[in-house]
Design a protein around this ligand. Structure first.
Ligand code: SF4
Length: 388
């Protein structure tokens, strides 16, 4: 049976607060029966609080709606994220006062409060899941949707995978893309060719290998698979789909390990698809939105909530004039996030792998919590300007 995904459209019929996204989030929380499910439970609300000058993360107005629902249901909420994001979160408007509940670093201030989970994958032997997540009884995964240079996109899955583990686990996860070799120096005839391969990349994705003066190192996050380098590499450097997909797969694995620490029925997922920038909130700034707002989505099925959001955003196109000058559309195949981050960072393939791993089913039924009604007479809803 398809999972219900509750959706609040960013569009309004009337210019009325009850039709805005925070109010539609309230309706979604009602549909998810959140209050009825949290009584007496320690409820972790996992956010990405961004860094430095970022301002497009989930705004405290939205977080507060969730916190108040949990409190009304008799739960004990706390908000959480990685330590370095929590440490200066107040600068971006996230405080106990604005959120209505405490804000804790998920793995402690030194990221040493973790629980070890063995799971061999491409050179990784174990993942360390944050202690505050392990000790919570209920998890609300509240993600801001945006682009991401490693996965092409970030939503509910990435919010858990990279935000509920410690720093060494995050680093090891990023390294899986290098598990399969991609530079073959015996195929490189001379130094001039090695330099030509390096210089062929307009994004600086190919650099000298710090460990090997004859080697080359690929930064997959900067690579959009434009394949310019392949024209000069002659097999010495290979841009391989499986290397890129490995990161999307490890993200699924970490998410599964996080979710497996909760009893069935004690997790729920919200995706806020507004101000979707080309790169992650961890970049420490907010650029222009490159996809139109798609609204707010909520479900108890993490794969379904991601799929519904991806399907909705796939109906739109990249706002090209909002792209940074150094980014380009490489291809218009696949999801718009792939247009700018590359075909080998395939969000739909990631969801297929997530389904295989048992994270949830992709089948969903979209329930619009407050459908927009087209009025007979368009001008009727304009607010009268206040008299001077
Ligand atoms: S395929 Fe990747 S590494 Fe090669 S030139 Fe294009 S962006 Fe650079």
């Amino acid at each position: 049976m398809p999972s219900k995904v509750y959706w609040g459209s960013p569009r309004q019929t009337q210019l009325d607060a009850r039709e805005t996204l925070p109010a539609k989030l309230d309706l979604i929380l009602d549909e998810l029966n959140l209050r009825e499910r949290v009584n007496g439970k320690r409820v972790a609300i996992k956010l990405h609080l961004g860094f430095n000058l970022g301002y497009s993360m989930v705004h405290p107005v939205f977080v507060r709606r969730v916190v108040e629902a949990v409190l009304e249901g008799g739960g004990k909420p706390f908000c959480t994220d990685v330590a370095h994001s929590v440490s200066d979160a107040g600068k971006r408007g996230y405080t106990e006062e604005t959120l209505g509940c405490p804000l804790y670093p998920a793995a402690g201030i030194d990221e040493k409060w973790t629980v070890r989970h063995e799971y061999p994958f491409r050179g990784i032997s174990e993942f360390h899941v944050a202690g505050a997540i392990e000790e919570a009884d209920f998890l609300i995964d509240f993600a801001h949707v945006k682009g991401h240079p490693c996965t092409s996109w970030g939503g509910a899955i990435k919010n858990l995978a990279l935000g509920c583990v410690d720093g060494p686990t995050r680093s090891a996860m990023h390294d899986v893309v290098e598990f399969e070799p991609y530079y073959f120096k015996d195929q490189c005839p001379d130094e001039a060719t090695r330099v030509a391969i390096r210089e062929s990349c307009p994004y600086g994705a190919i650099v000298d290998d710090r460990q090997d003066p004859d080697g080359l190192h690929l930064h997959p996050d900067r690579c959009n698979q434009c394949m310019r380098c392949q024209a000069v590499a002659n097999g010495a450097l290979v841009i391989r789909r499986s290397n890129f997909m490995a990161f999307l797969e490890v993200v699924n694995i970490a998410t599964k390990l996080v979710l497996d620490t909760f009893e069935p029925g004690n997790v729920t997922f919200i995706n806020l698809a507004t101000h979707m920038t080309p790169v992650c909130d961890c970049f420490g700034f907010t650029g222009l939105a490159v996809l139109p707002d798609a609204g707010v989505f909520g479900s108890d099925n993490i794969v379904a909530v991601e799929k519904a959001m991806l399907d909705m955003t796939a109906r739109t196109t990249i706002i090209e004039e909002n792209l940074p000058a150094t980014m380009e559309i490489v291809s218009r195949e696949g999801h718009p996030w792939q247009w700018i981050h590359g075909q080998y960072k395939d969000p739909y393939e990631q969801l297929a792998l997530a389904e295989k791993l048992g994270l949830g089913s992709q089948a969903y039924e979209l329930v619009d919590v407050l459908p927009v009604k087209e009025p007979d007479f368009k001008a009727v809803s304009y607010i009268q300007a206040a008299p001077n």
